[in-house]
Design a protein. Structure first.
Length: 234
């Protein structure tokens, strides 16, 4: 079963927690964490790996510290221990997000919502997405921009090609389901692809989106806490 987990990272992690979390990540991650100028960047990087290790341990029965990871040439992470276990992680602002629980492509993206020149959409969005964005009331356009952006990022992360796939080469737009509810569909090169999407604000300042090639996505993410991760590892 596919799950989406989110962790809100505090501005300060207690020293006992931080020392334990650091002991479970790769040496490369620990070295990287020490090099960050801003502690918040180190927190997000480390907690993304900790969240991943704990969830993958639950899925596979392998101890969290025993996982080894690799990346494809576009930077998508994969599990060396079991290549059939798909996952993807993202972090921005106060949040870390993880999607896992499928043998098929998965992608997730979280972005901090900040004022932006919406004309940038003309560079990165398809013409149909630009029309959809322009058709929204002015007060909704910033949220709509970030919704489309995170949906598109989750898709290219799922297919594992990163920004080598131009963002304007495909469109993700809403379709109306039964009872007036909307879902999202991806169209690329004239093909309606079967990927499933999740999209919803995490809070007033962060947008979350996820993508799965197959399977049902949850209707809401599971909130994970520092305390629950600490309890899993001690």
């Amino acid at each position: 079963m596919i799950t989406i987990q989110v962790l809100q990272v505090p501005s300060v992690i207690p020293a006992a927690y931080w020392d334990l979390f650091l002991s479970y990540v790769s040496e490369e991650r620990r070295t990287q964490a020490l090099r960050f100028i801003h502690q918040a960047d180190a927190y997000r990087s480390v907690m993304g790996e900790v969240l991943t290790r704990v969830k993958l341990s639950e899925l596979t029965g392998i101890r969290p510290e025993e996982f080894s990871f690799t990346r494809n040439k576009y930077g998508k992470p994969a599990l060396i221990n079991d290549a059939n276990v798909q996952f993807n992680v993202s972090h921005s602002g106060d949040w870390v997000a993880l999607i896992a629980g499928s043998e098929d492509e998965l992608g997730v993206d979280v972005e901090k919502i900040a004022p932006i020149d919406l004309q940038i959409a003309e560079r990165f969005f398809s013409s149909s997405e630009c029309q959809f964005l322009a058709g929204k009331p002015e007060e909704m356009q910033q949220e709509t921009f970030y919704r489309l952006w995170t949906l598109k990022e989750s898709y290219i992360k799922a297919v594992g090609m990163g920004l080598s796939m131009p963002l304007n080469s495909f469109a993700i737009l809403p379709h109306v389901q039964q009872q007036g509810e909307h879902n999202w569909k991806c169209n690329q090169a004239g093909l309606n692809l079967g990927h499933r999407f999740y999209s919803h604000p995490l809070d007033e300042q962060h947008m979350l989106a996820a993508c799965a090639a197959r399977g049902e996505l949850p209707t809401r993410p599971e909130i994970v806490t520092l305390e629950s991760l600490y309890a899993e590892l001690i």
